[in-house]
Structures are given as structure tokens and as C-alpha cells.
Design a protein. Structure first.
Length: 196
């Protein structure tokens, strides 16, 4: 009996089989309400974490003013903090940028399925952090444009997305397929139609 069911599932298009196996609990009224609540909670957490981390990283500590200079050379400021900075400065500046990326990498796929995928997460993170760095450079005294903040946030986004963000995003939106998955499913359906 189990073999018959597995053959039937294998014969279905990937989108149908995936929906049948994993999505029924999200199709009920309670499931839709639960999904909406989870999306709202993820958006709230992302906003709060972004505000807190921006507060920590945008306002320079007295000891970090010496490191505040425009830097477009990757990893130059990171090396300065690691060699000459205190542990507190390293945690606030390096750890704060990584934590911002982790929050983006984990929470963005929960807010919308269209941001599920490592490349998409990295693109959004780089754009957001570049905007933060430019705003910091022009509007905050004693702050500067620093490419290392963008690099650290991109690393953090990958760390936040790969183990947990992807898994929870796929559980929250099991029936969502990316364009290449839909195209693959259509190709498989056409080939099966020709073979019959």
C-alpha cells in the first residue's frame, strides 16, 4: 500500500505533490490566521532588532571614533578593530553588523516567500546596509562610510538564512515555488505527456 502511494505521489507534478503533502493545515481559516500572525510577528521582530542594532552601530562609542574614517577597502576596518580595538568595540561594531545580517537572513523569509533564497537575501541585505552606511556617512557626526559593515552584514545574513531562515520559511510557505521550480515542473509535465 505504501509503495502504491509513493508511486502516485511521484507521478504527480512536483507542485501538486508538495502541496498535498505539506500545505493542508495552512489552507484552513485558522491556518491562514496563524500564518498572518507569524508574518506580523516576524515583521515586528525585524523592525525592533533593526532599530536596536542601528542604535548600537550608528552611534559611535568614544573609543571607536579613532577608527571612523571612510573605508572602501574590504576588511581594512575589521583588521583595525581586531588588532587595536577593545573587546567591547569588537563586539559592538563587528558583532553588531553580523547580528543585523542574521536578523535579516532569518526574518525576511518569514515575512514573504519571495525573499526565500540565499541570493535574494544577500541582495536585500547588501542594499539595506549600503543605504545605512550612506545615511550614517552623511547624517551622523563622527561617522563614516565603511564597506566592512556591508560585508559583515552579508556574512550574518548567510548565517541567519542557511540553517534556520530557509527551514522556517519553507514550513511557513510550503506551496510557494520559485520561477525556476515552476519552470522545471512544467518541463517535467511536458516530458511525461510526450512519453504517454
Amino acid at each position: 500500500m505504501d509503495q502504491v502511494e509513493s508511486v502516485e505521489l511521484a507521478a504527480e507534478p512536483p507542485s501538486t505533490a508538495r502541496t498535498r503533502r505539506t500545505a493542508p493545515h495552512w489552507r484552513t481559516r485558522g491556518g491562514r490566521a496563524a500564518r498572518l500572525m507569524l508574518r506580523s510577528l516576524a515583521l515586528l521582530l525585524l523592525t525592533l532588532s533593526a532599530l536596536e542594532i542601528l542604535h548600537l552601530t550608528l552611534i559611535p562609542t568614544p573609543g571607536s571614533v579613532a577608527f571612523s574614517h571612510t573605508n572602501l577597502h574590504p576588511f581594512a576596518t575589521i583588521r583595525l578593530y581586531l588588532h587595536y580595538g577593545t573587546v567591547q568595540q569588537q563586539i559592538l561594531q563587528i558583532g553588531g553588523n553580523i547580528a543585523m545580517g542574521v536578523a535579516l537572513g532569518f526574518l525576511l523569509p518569514q515575512i514573504t516567500p519571495y525573499l526565500r533564497g540565499l541570493i535574494r537575501i544577500e541582495i536585500v541585505t547588501v542594499i539595506f546596509m549600503a543605504f545605512v552606511e550612506v545615511a550614517q556617512h552623511y547624517f551622523i557626526a563622527r561617522s563614516s562610510l565603511n564597506i566592512d559593515g556591508v560585508i559583515l552584514a552579508a556574512i550574518g545574513a548567510a548565517l541567519g538564512y542557511v540553517p534556520l531562515g530557509r527551514m522556517f520559511g519553507m514550513r511557513l510557505y510550503p506551496d510557494h515555488l520559485h520561477w525556476w521550480q515552476r519552470r522545471l515542473a512544467r518541463t517535467v509535465e511536458r516530458r511525461r505527456g510526450r512519453s504517454r
